[in-house]
Design a protein around this ligand. Structure first.
Ligand SMILES: C[S@@+](CC[C@H](N)C(=O)[O-])C[C@H]1O[C@@H](n2cnc3c(N)ncnc32)[C@H](O)[C@@H]1O
Length: 414
């Protein structure tokens, strides 16, 4: 038996230093060829990106993947946060087309030149900057994005408010006998951070992380298909057509709407839409909203309490229900259904619908993040039907975009 195991492990050892799936490489390259002469639209870009990722998987050896995941990516995460803290991204974005010598960068950021050089080397090896000559660095589109707080915020808030729980997942699951977490205030986050608070409550007490998180949420949706666009959901015919007349009629209530980026976008895209646009969120979030006069109104409201806006044309939940286990979702939904006008009000849910096969890594990654932070989940279509039916709703239609992203689940009272 020992001999067999040894033989087995030596054959696995050999596999670990061979390309992942070299046979598929010519097929994958052939799949890319038709795009050589085409202008690359968004649909083509996403398709090519999928093939390019498969190509990397096919060419990289398991050993290389292990080293990348164990060394290069965790240290990259740390290096990015140090670079954010020291202003490297902001400085590099001010001289976007000129290579910057590393000693100069160290001087303006007041960092040790040797440390700066080591960080810049790894950041460049991992594609964040471009190393144009020894010790000379150029900004890239990625490094320019990281100069913006809405893109940098994701790193800093996840480092403070998630990483410990991710690293302690194995310990947490050993302690629970590998049970799927479904208690909003007794999951991996509470275990790792030794708290009984829900993640949102914990974040509320840390305004800097709260602000970074809200920036991060606004970045998450950027550049993705939006239901407000003409090729997604028929806004005019399905939403604007029946809005009640009068100055107080409410068109949309964005519940848990953060800093209001969705309704600002709606107003930009449909400037003459009738009716009020109201963003609701927890009081501490609403307090942080920049005070700019405009069409969108802000209101502090806890969605576990009675909905004060009655009979709106639509109640809108974007990336809210995925933050909660089913029991809490049913409570949120009950307060909405109590406020809806039968035959007039709609519920619009903008969320991922996890495909039964080949879900995108953005969805599966978010699913595990939600599990870790909030014992919550992304849901499949059958799970959405179950949840909404139990809460007294009927799904009218699930609108999805050809380029993926979140769907719009249109519902009415059952
Ligand atoms: C994942 S974020 C989504 C934000 C926004 N809808 C978006 O898509 O960008 C969830 C939002 O729910 C809010 N939230 C959490 N608990 C809440 C509560 N009890 N009442 C109201 N809002 C709450 C959070 O403050 C946060 O803004």
């Amino acid at each position: 038996m020992a001999v067999k195991l040894d033989e087995f492990s030596s054959s696995l050892d050999a596999v670990a230093i061979q390309a992942g799936d070299v046979v598929t490489v010519p097929h994958l390259i052939t799949d890319m060829l038709p795009y050589l002469d085409l202008p690359i639209n968004e649909h083509h870009r996403l398709h090519l990106l999928r093939i390019a990722r498969l190509l990397v998987q096919a060419l990289e050896t398991p050993r290389e993947t292990v080293i990348r995941l164990c060394w290069a990516e965790p240290t990259l995460y740390g290096a990015i946060i140090v670079a954010i803290d020291c202003g490297i991204f902001s400085y590099m974005s001010q001289t976007p087309n000129e290579p910057v010598p590393v000693e100069y960068l160290a001087r303006v950021t007041e960092m040790d030149p040797i440390l700066t050089s080591r960080l810049m080397k790894h950041l460049s090896a991992m594609g964040i900057f471009q190393e144009s000559a020894p010790d000379l660095y150029l900004a890239t589109n990625l490094s320019k994005a990281l100069a913006l707080s809405k893109y940098a915020g994701g790193f800093t808030c996840m480092a403070e408010g998630a990483m410990k729980a991710i690293y302690r997942l194995p310990e947490y699951f050993r302690s629970t006998g590998y049970r799927n977490p479904d208690e909003a205030t007794a999951g991996p986050f509470q275990f790792a951070y030794e708290t009984s608070q829900h993640w949102f409550q914990w974040v509320s007490e840390r305004p800097a992380i709260c602000q970074q998180f809200n920036h991060h949420m606004s970045a998450y949706h950027q550049g993705r298909p939006s239901w407000m666009d003409r090729d997604f959901y028929p806004v005019e015919n399905a939403l604007l057509n029946l809005v009640k007349p009068g100055p107080n009629a409410v068109l949309l209530v964005d519940i848990g709407g953060g800093f209001g980026h969705d309704l600002q976008e709606f107003h930009q895209k449909h400037p003459s839409a009738p009716g009020r646009l109201i963003v609701q969120d927890k009081a501490d979030v609403i307090q942080q909203v920049p005070n700019e006069p405009g069409k969108v109104e802000f209101m502090a409201h806890d969605f576990f309490t009675e909905q004060p806006i009655k009979g709106a044309r639509a109640y809108y939940l974007h990336s809210v229900l995925h933050d909660w286990p089913d029991a809490e979702c049913r409570r949120i939904l009950r307060h909405i259904s109590d406020a809806m006008a039968p035959g007039y009000s709609k519920l619009l849910i903008n969320e991922n619908v996890v495909p039964d096969q080949k879900a995108d890594w953005q969805i599966t990654g978010l699913d595990l993040m939600l599990m870790t932070l909030a014992s919550a989940r992304e849901r499949r279509e059958s799970e959405w039907h179950q949840l909404l039916t139990d809460a007294g709703f009927m799904i009218v239609h699930i609108w999805s975009h050809i380029n993926g992203g979140e769907s719009l689940i249109e519902c009415q009272l059952a």
